[in-house]
Ligand binder design. Structure first.
Ligand SMILES: CC(C)(COP(=O)(O)OP(=O)(O)OC[C@H]1O[C@@H](n2cnc3c(N)ncnc32)[C@H](O)[C@@H]1OP(=O)(O)O)[C@@H](O)C(=O)NCCC(=O)NCCS
Length: 346
């Protein structure tokens, strides 16, 4: 790998406008993509994330997702470019609400960023472009946001690449149940218009750093569901969550994988967990999705283990989507354990 060239940056808190570079001194630098550059990049990254969509369908998907209110409020597309302007690598960042526990126990509201779609074209790989871009993006996000707590990502290529840029991985376990054979349940189903009130019912985990999704962020998952339901011409689930007593679950369809994935789960007892997961299985079966998948979190591990036998759940190390965290805040030397709900995935 050639020696890394140090990126250069513009002045303090100067806002980077699309098409403007963070500096001109270094041979490689960071740029915020223009709308045209984003569309060009979609055509390139289709190779990694487009299947089974055509390039045009994938570009349409990306355009629609970028138009979603959650993205309009806090999504950026970053380009790592050479001195000739050629794009060497690219990624996206999304803004999340986060809370950091202060030494006196109070919670400081701030901002964290999820990074996604890290991509280097095959002929440019292995030259350190993605690594240098990840370093520069984290530096830039920390510089632009005075309230920045952390950057997070969900790696599909293991931990080593991102460890180089200061990211630390968290444990990643999934619980999977077949949708078939679920008995009638006692949970009440939720529709899209119930998402905000359902979110307000959920208990925020007690952890040093918590990233907490907004209702708009949860709807972004449903927007993906809507897009794939249309493009793949398949039915959507008849509910996006359920409640029973004080317990709540929210979920969405991953059509390409035949899965209903739990986005958020707050089950206050094993009986409630069983009712919510039973309802999820019934909804999944109605949408012709063979499986229900739940991401284990520190706060859900015990209740999931308790009901596994009754709901048909089996636990396995997650394949892909390895959560990793990088501090952007001086008071964040150790970030374990970060509760990663599936709702945070991008
Ligand atoms: C992953 C990717 C972004 C790396 O880009 P790059 O510019 O070549 O990255 P760097 O040169 O900084 O680092 C390369 C390292 O990444 C590792 N890497 C690349 N693809 C990998 C994979 N699929 N699994 C594990 N490691 C991988 C390489 O082995 C290499 O490690 P080494 O230097 O120890 O040999 C690029 O391979 C790519 O675009 N892949 C397809 C899209 C993708 O999977 N993106 C990641 C989503 S989390």
């Amino acid at each position: 790998m050639p020696p890394a060239s140090a990126p250069s940056f513009c002045g303090p808190r100067e806002l980077l406008r699309p098409g403007k570079s963070t500096g001109t001194l270094g041979p490689m630098h960071l740029v915020l993509a223009t709308a045209a550059q984003k569309a060009q990049r979609d055509a390139v990254t289709h190779a990694a994330w487009g299947s089974p969509l055509t390039v045009a369908q994938f570009q349409g998907r990306e355009l629609r997702l970028r138009s979603h209110p959650w993205c309009r409020a806090g999504m950026k597309t970053w380009l790592w470019v050479g001195d000739d302007g050629a794009v060497l690598s690219s990624c996206e960042s999304f803004s999340n609400h986060s809370h950091l526990r202060a030494p006196d126990g109070t919670r400081e509201a701030g901002e964290s960023f999820s990074i996604a779609s890290v991509y280097t074209e095959p002929h440019l790989r292995g030259h350190g472009h993605a690594t240098r871009m990840m370093d520069a993006v984290a530096q830039e996000l920390g510089r632009l946001s005075p309230r920045a707590h952390a950057a997070v990502l969900f790696s599909d290529v293991g931990a080593p690449l991102y460890r180089r840029s200061g990211y630390v991985e968290s444990a990643a376990w999934d619980w999977t149940a077949p949708s078939e054979g679920a008995p009638p349940g006692r949970a009440e189903r939720l529709g899209e218009h119930d998402v905000a009130s359902a979110l307000a019912r959920l208990r925020v985990p007690d952890a040093p750093l918590v990233l907490w999704p907004s209702a708009a962020q949860l709807d972004w998952h449903l927007e993906r569901e809507r897009i794939y339901a249309e493009l793949l011409e398949r039915p959507r689930p008849q509910a996006c969550g359920a409640v029973v007593g004080d317990s709540t679950a929210l979920w969405c369809m991953m059509a390409r994988y035949g899965e209903l994935v739990l986005l958020m789960l707050d089950a206050r007892s094993p009986a409630d967990a069983e009712a919510l997961l039973t309802e999820a299985r019934r909804v999944a079966q109605g949408a012709r999705l063979p499986r229900v998948v739940v991401w284990e979190e520190p706060g859900t591990a015990e209740v999931l283990a308790a009901v596994a036998g009754r709901v048909g759940l089996t636990r396995a190390a997650r394949d892909g989507a390895l959560p990793m965290t990088r501090p952007l805040h001086a008071r964040l030397p150790v970030v374990e354990p970060v509760p990663f709900s599936r709702a945070l995935w991008v």
